[in-house]
Design a protein. Structure first.
Length: 142
């Protein structure tokens, strides 16, 4: 069906309060409230901080650009899902190139990446324990 006349409003459009508010109120910026970081299961800042300044332990062939000033903690990819991370105990220091290759890279099969991460963790765990002074019962086996 074709309309013979255009639609017309029965009531006028409401005007917002913006033009009516005084300029000082409109331009004043409200300070953003900072929320504290939500504590999650498996969160351990000591484990993440231990990775800083360390050389790359992943050492993925063809990707590694080991630079201790930019090392980041690489979490294990087993046992996690979208938006989930494994506990911070399961981290190894990695250069950004190796971390990218481990998480998103397509060069290696998943099993090969797991083997590389497990080997890195075996090398890193005693070094981390010595660095932060962990007792034997605090360390976790893969």
């Amino acid at each position: 069906m074709k309309r013979s006349a255009p639609l017309a409003r029965k009531t006028p459009m409401k005007r917002s309060a913006w033009p009516l508010a005084d300029r000082a109120t409109a331009l004043r910026r409200t300070e953003l409230k900072r929320r504290a970081r939500k504590v999650k299961t498996g969160d351990d800042k000591r484990m993440r901080d231990a990775c800083r300044g360390e050389p790359c332990y992943l050492r993925i062939p063809g990707a590694c650009a080991s630079d201790p000033t930019t090392s980041v903690p690489a979490h294990r990819n087993e046992g996690k899902g979208m938006g989930l991370k494994t506990p911070d105990v399961f981290t190894v220091p990695a250069c950004p190139a190796c971390h990218y290759e481990y998480d998103q890279g397509k060069r290696f099969l998943r099993e090969h990446k797991r083997a590389l991460w497990n080997a890195a963790y075996e090398r890193w765990e005693p070094a981390r324990a010595a660095k932060i002074g962990l007792k034997e019962e605090e360390t976790c086996a893969v």
